[in-house]
Design a protein around this ligand. Structure first.
Ligand code: ADP
Length: 608
C-alpha cells in the first residue's frame, strides 16, 4: 500500500496532520522537561530528608559514644577496681561491675580484664535473658582491648566486637592504679549491641519516614542494619559525605554514607537509605497525566479540525456544484453567496465568470445568427444580381437577334433598305451590350479591390473646367438649365482625376435623367473644415426615403421610377460611383425630397 502524497490529502487532513505533529512534538518536549524537573525536585526533596535523617542518626550515635565513654570511665575509675584487678579479686570486681550495669542499663557488655588481657569478670546482657556473668575470655587478643592493656598502649580505644551472634560497639579503657600518672593494671570495657544502635539511629518509633540504617566495619562488611542492608560501601563513599543511588533487588533507593568515627578514629561507615520509589512514582504519575492530557488535546484538535473542515467544506460545496453545473453546460447556474469571507469571494468571482460566459455565449449566438442572415442575404443578392445581369444582357441580345431574323426573312426587294436600318440597330444594341459588360467588369474589379485608381494631387476647379462643356451640353440637350459653380481657389484633393470625372459625369447624367424638362441641375464645389466637397443637385423626381442606401446597390432602381426621357437605366451607375469614390478615400451620400429634387455630395481627402 502506498501512502498518499501530502498535496493529494483532503483539506482537513492537510491542516490536521501538521497540527497534530506539532502538538505531539511540543507536548512530548514539555512532558519530558516537566517530568525531568519534577524528578529532580523530588530527588532534591529526598536528599534533603536523607540529610536531615543523617544528622539525627549521627547525633544519636554521638550520644551513644558519650554514653559508652562515660560508662567506661565510670567502670575503670570505680574505687577499688584497680585493687581488685591487681588482687585478681573477681568477686570484688564483679560487685563493682554489677553496680555499673545497674546504673548503665543500656549496656550489653561490661567487663574488666587482668593485665594479660584475660577476663576477670564479664557481665553480658541479652535482650531476652538477664545479666550473665563469666570470666576467662581472652580479651587481650582482640585489637580493641589490646590497646588499653598495660604496656600495649594504655589508652582508650573504640571498636567492634562479636560475641556469638551479637555484634557490639565497644570502648576499652585502661584500669589505672595510683594517683596522677596512669599505671595500668588491666582494662575495662563496655559495649552496646550494634543492632540496638542502628535501630536508635534510624529513629524507629519516632514516626514519619524512617530510613534504613546500615553500619559497616572498617573492612566494609555489614555489622548491623535496621532494615534491608545496603549492599556495599562504594569507593567514592570513603570521604566525609557521599550520596549514591542504589538498586537493590529492584528496589531503587537513595543512600547517604557518612563515616562512623569514635574517639577520633574511623571505625567504619554509616549508610542511611530511603526508597526512591515514591518520588519517582510521583514523577511517573505526572508524566502519565501529561501524556493523557496530550492525547486528549490531540483528540480535541482532531475533533475540532474535523468539525471545522466539515463546516468549511459545506460552504464550499455549493461553489463546487455550481462549477460542475457550469462545466456541463448549464450557464444559468449560480453559486449562493453565503458570507463575506473567502467562500463568498469565490462564489462571487465564479458568478461573475458565469455572467461573462453567458454574455459571451449569447453574443456569439447572435453573431452566428447575424452571420447566417448575412450569408442568406448575400446568397439572395447574388441570385438577384445574376438575374439582373441576365436581364440587362438579354434585352440588347434579343434586339440583335430580332434584327438578324428580320434581315433573313426580308424580301429581296426590301433587303437593302432593311439591312441598313438593322445594322444601325444592331450596332447600337451591341454597344449597349458592351457598355453593360464593361460596367459589370468594373464593378467586379471594384468589389475585388483590383480596380486601378491612380491617386495624385488634383485641382477640383481644373477638373470641373475640363468637364464644363460636356456637362452643359448634356443638360441643354435635355432642356434643362445648368450651373457649374466652383470657387477658383479650393484646396487640392487626393484623387484620380479621370475616375473623379467618371463619378461626376455619372451623377450629372442621373440628375439629367430624373429631372423633367424645364428643371435645373447645379454642380458646386466647396471646402468645409479643410475637406473639399462636390455636390450635384437637381430639381427632379427625388428618391423616396425608404430607398435609403439601396440606391448604391448594383441593379437597384427605385420602383415605379424611370428616366424622364426614356434614357437607358441599368442600376449600375451609383453602385460604380460609390466604389470609385471609396477607392479614392472619399465618401458619397445624398439627400432628397420626393418631387422636389435630389442632391448627391462627394467628399474627398485633402491632398498630402
Ligand atoms: P440608373 O442607371 O438606373 O440611373 P443608378 O445606379 O445610377 O442607375 O441609379 C439607381 C436608381 O436611383 C435609379 O434607377 C433612380 O431610380 C435613382 N436615381 C439616381 N439618381 C437619381 C436622381 N438624381 N433623381 C432621382 N432618382 C435618382
Amino acid at each position: 500500500m502506498t501512502l498518499p502524497r501530502f498535496r493529494d490529502l483532503p483539506l482537513f487532513a492537510k491542516i490536521l496532520v501538521p497540527f497534530t505533529a506539532l502538538i505531539l512534538v511540543i507536548g512530548a518536549t514539555g512532558a519530558y522537561f516537566i517530568v525531568r524537573d519534577l524528578s529532580s525536585r523530588t530527588q532534591d526533596q529526598l536528599n534533603r530528608e536523607l540529610l536531615s535523617h543523617s544528622l539525627d542518626a549521627r547525633s544519636r550515635i554521638h550520644d551513644r559514644e558519650l554514653y559508652l565513654l562515660e560508662s567506661v570511665n565510670f567502670a575503670s575509675n570505680l574505687q577499688g577496681m584497680a585493687e581488685a584487678v591487681k588482687r585478681k579479686d573477681s568477686q570484688g570486681a564483679a560487685k563493682l561491675l554489677h553496680s555499673v550495669v545497674a546504673l548503665k542499663s543500656d549496656l550489653n557488655l561490661v567487663a574488666v580484664t587482668l593485665g594479660d588481657g584475660r577476663g576477670l569478670v564479664e557481665l553480658t546482657r541479652a535482650s531476652d535473658a538477664g545479666i550473665q556473668q563469666g570470666s576467662g575470655t581472652a580479651w587481650g587478643d582482640m585489637a580493641v582491648v589490646g590497646t588499653a592493656l598495660p604496656g600495649k598502649g594504655e589508652q582508650k580505644s573504640p571498636g567492634f566486637l562479636t560475641l556469638g551472634s551479637t555484634h557490639l560497639l565497644v570502648i576499652a579503657s585502661p584500669v589505672c592504679s595510683g594517683q596522677g600518672e596512669c599505671a595500668a593494671v588491666g582494662a575495662a570495657l563496655v559495649g552496646i549491641d550494634v543492632q540496638t544502635l542502628v535501630s536508635e539511629a534510624a529513629g524507629k518509633g519516632s514516626g514519619g519516614t524512617v530510613p534504613d540504617v546500615t553500619i559497616f566495619d572498617g573492612q566494609g562488611d555489614v555489622v548491623a542494619s535496621s532494615g534491608i542492608p545496603v549492599e556495599k560501601v562504594p569507593a567514592s563513599a570513603s570521604g566525609e559525605l557521599t550520596r549514591v543511588n542504589e538498586r537493590n533487588s529492584g528496589l531503587a533507593r537513595s543512600v547517604l554514607y557518612s563515616p562512623l568515627a569514635l574517639q577520633g578514629s574511623r571505625l567504619g561507615t554509616v549508610a542511611l537509605s530511603l526508597p526512591a520509589g515514591p518520588a519517582s512514582q510521583l514523577a511517573r504519575r505526572a508524566g502519565f497525566r501529561l501524556a493523557a492530557l496530550l492525547l486528549f488535546a490531540m483528540a480535541g484538535v482532531v475533533a475540532v479540525g474535523a468539525l471545522l473542515s466539515r463546516y468549511v467544506l459545506r460552504q464550499l460545496r455549493p461553489v463546487l456544484d455550481t462549477s460542475h453545473a457550469l462545466g456541463s453546460g448549464d450557464l444559468a447556474a449560480r453559486a449562493p453567496v453565503l458570507a463575506r469571507d473567502e467562500h463568498g469571494e469565490l462564489a462571487t468571482v465564479l458568478n461573475q465568470m458565469a455572467d461573462q460566459l453567458q454574455a459571451s455565449y449569447s453574443t456569439l449566438e447572435s453573431r452566428v445568427h447575424e452571420r447566417t442572415e448575412e450569408v442568406r442575404r448575400l446568397l439572395q443578392e447574388r441570385t438577384e444580381f445574376f438575374a439582373a445581369i441576365s436581364h440587362e444582357l438579354r434585352t440588347p441580345i434579343a434586339v440583335i437577334l430580332a434584327q438578324v431574323k428580320m434581315m433573313r426573312t426580308a424580301s429581296s426587294r426590301n433587303k437593302a433598305r432593311w439591312s441598313d436600318e438593322s445594322a444601325a440597330t444592331i450596332t447600337h444594341s451591341a454597344e449597349q451590350l458592351l457598355g453593360r459588360v464593361n460596367d459589370i467588369i468594373d464593378l467586379a474589379k471594384a468589389d475585388s479591390g483590383t480596380i486601378q485608381v491612380l491617386l495624385g494631387d488634383v485641382s477640383l476647379p481644373k477638373v470641373l473646367r475640363e468637364m464644363k462643356q460636356t456637362i452643359e451640353g448634356l443638360a441643354s440637350a435635355n432642356g434643362l438649365a445648368i450651373s457649374v459653380d466652383v470657387p477658383a481657389r479650393l484646396p487640392r484633393v487626393r484623387a484620380d482625376s479621370s475616375r473623379l470625372k467618371q463619378v461626376i459625369l455619372n451623377l450629372v447624367d442621373n440628375s439629367v435623367k430624373y429631372t423633367p424638362s424645364g428643371g435645373r441641375v447645379t454642380v458646386e464645389g466647396a471646402a468645409h473644415n479643410g475637406r473639399v466637397e462636390i455636390s450635384v443637385a437637381d430639381t427632379g423626381v427625388g428618391i423616396p426615403p425608404e430607398c435609403g442606401e439601396r440606391v448604391f446597390e448594383p441593379f437597384y432602381r427605385v420602383p415605379g421610377v424611370s428616366p424622364s426621357r426614356g434614357e437607358v437605366s441599368s442600376g449600375l451607375g451609383l453602385a460604380m460611383a460609390k466604389r470609385l469614390v471609396e477607392a479614392q478615400g472619399g465618401t458619397i451620400a445624398y439627400s432628397s425630397e420626393p418631387g422636389d429634387g435630389t442632391t448627391f455630395t462627394v467628399k474627398l481627402q485633402p491632398a498630402k
